[in-house]
Write a protein that binds this ligand. Structure first.
Ligand code: NAD
Length: 332
């Protein structure tokens, strides 16, 4: 006898929410959706069967005992929705960032919610391979890591005015620093917590937005390693890459080339490892892990609430540094 399908409620039926709904259906789940916008409910229903659609979260939670949740609303709503959905003890896949700052996450301490956080590059095979090679010592002692993410905001959601997208809106959790905290999460995943950060977080372009569009961070680690992150919502063509410089070589991950490249010291060329994965694979990885956590075939999430709070503590320190012009030390 086959087990009945898991029933997942997707909270927020925008770009990420619809993608999760498609992926969860492909993984055999029954999917329901909640979005305050009726056009978004309709778009999601047009893509494939939904067991139910809701315009009110409380009504959705009263109507059905779901087996799990995906939260894909703007970041300003994540904490309230984790608390509301998590009251039943079910696992939640919450999209990144966990919230808009680390202070707001304190409310989760008493909630005891079970959360898998969607810093989805952790499920991107070339990034996992890049990390493995750093940790295996392929470039010797790592001295410096540079992260670049540059992508013009108007290109992100061609179906809507960028001014209407939450990314334009500071209060809802938009902006380069929060949204591309993917790269802060990867920095922490690769190298642990920096001792200090010096950052500049600004709005410098002609984009008609209240959120920041350009971020430059220098992070310093015990042992002397440095990292810098450049994140912007302005650049064309888009660039996402990470370059680590070590004593015996340089390792690069390039999203656009879908490759990990190694250059050994003394050789002025790259050895390329080319991947064939597609962007949706990282979201499938996260959705599959959610189902393993719900079924109990896995007990701990590979990206946790603690990881989400750690990334937001770095975000907070960057904001503080930018506002004060000072280097900010992070609590060890
Ligand atoms: N992991 C990734 O690589 C990745 C990629 C894209 C988006 N995301 C994350 O997913 C989240 C949503 O991003 P998006 O690109 O889908 O944005 P979006 O604007 O396309 O979708 C957000 C949806 O949330 C709805 N919404 C607004 N208020 C709400 C509320 N109170 N409750 C529920 N829904 C509400 C909006 O109507 C909209 O349909 C963000 O946290 C974003 O950072 C992650």
């Amino acid at each position: 006898m086959s087990a009945s399908p898991l029933h997942i409620l997707v909270i927020g039926l925008g770009s990420a929410g619809k993608r999760h709904a498609r992926n969860l259906r492909a993984l055999g789940c029954l999917v329901s959706g909640f979005d305050p916008r009726t056009d978004r409910q309709q778009e999601a229903a047009d893509e494939g069967p939904l067991a139910a659609t809701f315009g009110d979260l409380e009504a959705a939670l009263k109507a059905t005992a779901f087996d799990g949740f995906v939260i894909a609303s703007p970041p300003a709503f994540h904490i309230d929705q984790i608390i509301a959905a998590g009251a039943c003890g079910c696992w939640i896949l919450c999209e990144k960032p966990l919230s808009i700052d680390s202070e707001s996450c304190r409310r989760l301490e008493a909630a005891g919610a079970r959360v898998l956080l969607g810093y989805t590059y952790r499920w991107w095979p070339p990034v996992a391979e890049f990390r493995r090679r750093l940790q295996d010592g392929d470039i010797g002692a790592v001295r410096h890591i540079r992260f670049v993410m540059s992508a013009h905001l108007a290109d992100w959601h061609p179906w809507e005015r960028y001014q209407d997208f939450f990314m334009a809106n500071k209060e809802q959790g938009g902006g380069a620093l929060l949204d591309e905290s993917h790269f802060i999460d990867l920095l922490l995943w690769f190298a642990g917590k920096p001792q200090s950060v010096m950052a500049s977080v600004d709005k410098i372009s002609d984009l008609d937005i209240s959120a920041d569009d350009n971020v430059d961070v220098i992070a310093s680690f015990s042992g002397g390693m440095k990292a810098n992150l450049h994140l912007d919502l302005i650049g064309r063509p888009h660039q996402r890459h990470i370059i680590a410089v070590g004593e015996t070589g340089t390792l690069m991950w390039s999203y656009e080339e879908n490759a990990v490249k190694l250059s050994r010291t003394g050789e002025l060329k790259w050895e390329d490892q080319i991947f064939t994965c597609e962007r949706n694979d990282m979201f499938m990885g996260a959705a599959s892990e959610l189902l393993e956590l719900i079924r109990g075939t896995r007990t701990a999430p590979s990206c946790s609430l603690a990881d989400g709070i750690a990334a937001l503590e770095v975000v907070d320190a960057c904001r503080q540094s930018s506002a004060s012009g000072q280097t900010i030390r992070l609590a060890s």
